[in-house]
Unconditional design. Structure first.
Length: 577
């Protein structure tokens, strides 16, 4: 029964969207139809004998289309007038059809909620892009959003997508029991504050109660932007989730959005000489800059010998924070070379500093702006000035935003005299549709899952790896699932480093020579090192998963032959899955 109401709401929304999209033409057609039929009908009702009669019929016609039709008529009207007086309200009602249906179906959906099965609960739906909301609506399940306060405009908008809105505080005891969480398919916890999300997730786990036998695991999807906090909480959330029949998944808008953009804008796709170091310019260190910086370093691993150059434009305060952070990660020297430029006198370095820097390191392949929203936009526009000495030219500029951005895509479509506004790309801020698809249906994880299965077949019966790493995909800790995603996403970058363009879902693997496999194995080891460093691992003479120590966090040449062979096998597996 609930699904009937959901589908009815979705149908109403499609009709309403059609009405809103073509609102002008529909209103014009309705008005013209009403005027023509109305004047015809009044002419039949009261034939005009002179100009006054014509004007009288016109006046009554305009009364009709403004819904001021006489309420009492003592005889039958011509059909033209009957149709005319219905035309205007019918065409007007199409644009608000979803509101009408929502007001009818809302009480029924709320009444049936305690008996609903396989529904999806969302807290913090304002952290979703429009595309992500539509992705949820297309899931076919009832979607229940929980918000502490809801204004009528937002209720109409959300219920127009087929969502059921509940006004409640998810942190109050008993809130999730009223939502029948034990029978749900997924719970998305997506509020702005990481601690609030973890708190809500813990409360939800405690509220799950008894989950019926044979029912699959409930997906617990939690937004945690801070990498260190996510790492510290992973073991607890994983353990508790499995104990109560849930599957914990962490989402991070910055990480996933930046990884997605690197599928298009990794330096190896942009530079004209594959035998030189990749060069990335980072302007500002705001927000989750550590995580973004490490993700860029992972994506820039495209040469077996040369480390990518990461040039950072930073204020004195940002430089101090970066220096402290870098000192705690000496292993970074394996995977990146850093150059710092001062921005104390403005958003960009002085002209002299820029010219000297550019002469030594060359123009960057890619720029990434990590500043606050308004500052980020201004910095981006400065970088695109013809007189800017940073040398970006047409190089892509990725700009971190904390909200859904509609400015830069519009600017990128314009032709501005003296400036190339193409490739201005906002990322981060809100959860995107591909993240929702992955969390619900594993869309985009196919290659990562295949890679993990190949790893299990190769090393599942040996003692050379951790037991956790050889469990089934759904039982993997979330950090290990994400490590497989990182490896799968890097395949096109590795292939591009030897001149082969392919997508992450490429089919038949190319036939590579032994020398090419060896080259890619060295790149893969650099990527693996960068990925491990991003996840908080350090070098240690003996592997210790608890303390995150690994003896392989060294240069490829310092590895044992057995470890080098594992890197070659990793490349071969990635090509074949």
């Amino acid at each position: 029964m609930t699904r009937i109401f959901v589908h009815l709401s979705l149908l109403a929304n499609r009709i309403s969207r059609l009405g809103v999209r073509h609102k002008g033409p529909l209103q014009a057609i309705g008005s013209l139809l009403a005027i023509c039929l109305g004047f015809w009908g009044w002419t039949l009702e009261s034939p005009a004998e002179d100009l006054n009669g014509i004007l009288s019929n016109l006046f009554r016609t305009f009364q009709l289309i403004t819904l001021n039709f006489p309420s009492k008529i003592d005889h039958e009207l011509p059909w033209q007038l009957q149709v005319a007086r219905l035309a205007v309200p019918v065409f007007a009602a199409i644009a608000t059809f979803n509101i009408l249906v929502g007001s009818i179906t809302r009480p029924a959906r709320l009444a049936l909620l305690p008996h609903t099965q396989e529904h999806i609960i969302v807290t913090g739906a304002e952290q979703l892009t429009d595309g992500a909301l539509r992705q949820l609506a297309r899931a076919g399940n009832q979607i229940v959003t929980v918000e502490t306060s809801i204004d009528q405009t937002r209720r109409d908008e959300m219920e127009g997508l087929g969502l059921t809105m509940i006004e409640a505080d998810p942190l109050r005891p008993g809130a999730f029991r009223k939502l029948n969480l034990a029978a749900a398919a997924a719970l998305f916890v997506l509020n702005e504050d990481d601690l609030e999300n973890i708190n809500t997730a813990m409360l939800a786990i405690d509220s799950i109660g008894h989950r019926a036998e044979g029912r699959g695991r409930l997906n617990l999807v939690v937004l945690i932007e801070d990498e260190e906090l996510a790492t510290e909480m992973e073991a607890a959330l994983d353990t508790l989730s499995r104990k109560h029949g849930l599957r914990y998944q962490r989402v991070c808008s910055d990480r996933e959005a930046l990884r997605s953009e690197m599928a298009r804008f990794a330096p190896v796709f942009l530079k004209d000489d594959l035998e030189r170091s990749s060069h990335v310019l980072v302007v500002g260190l705001a927000g989750n800059w550590r995580q973004n910086l490490l993700q860029l370093i992972v994506s820039a691993q495209d040469h077996p010998e040369f480390r990518p150059v990461i040039s950072i434009v930073a204020t004195e305060e940002e430089t101090a924070a970066f220096t402290t952070w870098r000192e705690t990660r000496p292993e970074l020297e394996l995977v990146a070379s850093f150059q710092l430029l001062s921005a104390d006198d403005g958003p960009l370095p002085s002209i002299g500093d820029m010219l000297e820097w550019r002469q030594e390191f060359g123009a960057p392949d890619l720029a990434v702006v990590l500043r606050g929203n308004a500052d980020a936009l201004m910095t981006t526009l400065r970088l695109r000035r013809p007189e800017c000495e940073m040398g970006l030219g047409k190089a892509p500029i990725l700009v971190r935003q904390t909200r859904e951005d509609h400015i830069m895509p519009r600017l990128a479509s314009l032709e501005v005299a003296g400036r190339d506004m193409a490739n201005l790309v906002p990322f981060g801020g809100l959860i995107r549709a591909d993240t929702i698809a992955r969390a619900l249906d594993r869309k985009g994880d196919e290659r990562a899952i295949a890679l993990h299965d190949a790893y299990r077949r190769a090393y599942g019966q040996t003692n050379s790896t951790s037991a956790a790493a050889t469990t089934a995909w759904d039982d993997l800790p979330e950090s290990m699932r994400d490590a497989n995603r990182s490896s799968a996403a890097h395949l096109p970058i590795m292939l591009a480093s030897i001149g082969i363009r392919a997508s992450a879902n490429t089919g038949t693997p190319p036939a590579l020579t032994t020398a090419q496999i060896d080259r890619l194995a060295r790149i893969e080891h650099r990527r693996w090192c960068a990925d491990r460093i991003e996840r908080g691992w350090r070098f240690g003479p003996t592997r210790d998963d608890g303390r995150k120590l690994h003896p392989s966090l060294v240069a490829f040449e310092a590895l044992t032959e057995q470890e080098q062979h594992k890197d070659r096998e990793a490349v071969s597996s990635n090509l074949q899955v």
